[in-house]
Design a protein around this ligand. Structure first.
Ligand SMILES: *Cc1c(COP(=O)(O)O)cnc(C)c1O
Length: 364
């Protein structure tokens, strides 16, 4: 048997006709930049999340940059985040000259340990950036309470969690600003790069919209330093189609995760989801002691696996100047050594899940 990790081909083929029509409509209209699909998608994203404003953009990375630029994050400002994430979370902070201040993760959810945030807050702290890792939101009530106490902004890096819920509320609409990504392999992916920023604050929304187009407020009139960060009309048209059945995709991912859990519960550390959360299962990640060996043997059996993420950010060469060292964030370091993601997509059959888990259990 040969298993597909994210099965993006099937994601297209299942809805080929509708997606093809949507794409060809854009191409024949030649409204490639800011065509009406972009606005339509933004309205639908607002409806989906309940956020007053959804601003699409060129990637999840740009979403984070737009959020921080709109909040006026300046060189030397500190932003508290976790070192166990994709590089973009902390990289965008550093890109703006601000300082990522890391806080270790919770051992069970792999999200920021909210009990360790307060001790890192200083005069220079401007924001907290919790990451909703693997499709599950961090404890936002706790984060928001701290933000309120110290007058900080909260930016949710929801790149992996669009569609997830926290206490019945939608990810990306839980704080000052929410950011997501439509990178193809994310739960809601387009056919290239894409992202969105969410807020309930009209002034922030206006500023983000302006910064997205070189800081302009009207044509060739530039109020802010900005970026060229728009979402392509083509990607918007694709996302409008995919959003129609996204809830069904999420339900199928949840079913796959449940099946994995049933097979693996007595054999390894299965993912933990808080009872007040629903996950969109961007990844299904388990803990494996001899990870390299297991990955190699599974590969021989046609089962692809991945590691999200093998090296925590405080130990990355690009952040050497922050002067963190091995041992600073032991939970992140341990988890980085053991974490392994199994194939996850809405199309995995019971038979495939049976095969994957049977081969895996033989190696444990
Ligand atoms: C994917 C991802 C990003 C960046 O999104 P892109 O669309 O690839 O730029 C940021 N943060 C996290 C946690 C991600 O997983």
């Amino acid at each position: 048997m040969k298993i597909d990790f994210a099965n993006l081909t099937k994601a297209y083929l299942e809805h080929k006709d509708a997606i093809d029509i949507a794409m060809s409509d854009v191409v024949s209209s030649s409204r490639f930049i800011m065509g009406k699909e972009v606005q339509d998608l933004e309205m639908q994203l607002q409806q989906y999340t309940g956020a007053k404003h959804a601003i699409t953009c060129a990637s999840g990375t740009d979403a984070l940059i737009l959020a921080m630029m709109a909040l006026d994050i300046k060189p030397g400002d500190e932003i508290i985040t976790s070192p166990f994430t994709f590089i973009a979370s902390a990289e965008t902070i550093a890109f703006l000259g601000a300082v990522p201040v890391f806080v270790d993760i919770d051992e069970s959810t792999y999200n920021i340990d909210v009990n360790r945030i307060e001790e890192k807050i200083t005069e220079k702290t401007k924001a907290i950036m919790p990451i909703s890792l693997y499709g599950q939101v961090a404890d936002m009530d706790a984060v928001n309470a701290l933000a309120k106490k110290y007058d900080l902004a909260v930016i949710e890096d929801g790149a992996q969690s669009f569609g997830a819920t926290y206490k019945g509320k939608q990810s990306c609409n839980l704080s000052t600003i929410g950011c997501t990504s439509f990178f193809p392999a994310k739960p809601l992916g387009c056919f290239g790069d894409g992202g969105a920023v969410f807020t309930n604050d009209e002034a922030l929304s206006d500023k983000i919209k302006s910064i997205r187009v070189h800081g302009q407020t009207e044509r060739y009139i530039h109020k802010y330093i900005g970026i060229g960060g728009r979402l392509d009309t083509l990607q918007a048209a694709i996302l409008i189609e995919k959003l129609k059945y996204y809830d069904n995709d999420v339900a199928r991912r949840q079913k796959v995760a449940k099946k994995y859990n049933e097979h693996l519960i007595n054999h390894t550390t299965i993912p933990f989801v808080e009872e007040y959360n629903t996950s969109v299962w961007a990844q299904y990640s388990i803990r494996i002691k001899d990870r390299n060996g297991v990955q190699l043997k599974l590969k021989e059996k046609g089962i692809p696996t991945a590691v999200h993420y093998p090296k925590p950010l405080h130990l990355q060469e690009c952040f050497e100047y922050l002067e963190y060292k091995q041992g600073d964030f032991p939970v992140s370091e341990n988890v980085s050594n053991e974490i392994m993601s199994l194939p996850m997509n809405p199309y995995l059959s019971d038979q495939e899940i049976q095969y994957i888990t049977k081969e895996l259990k033989e190696l444990l």
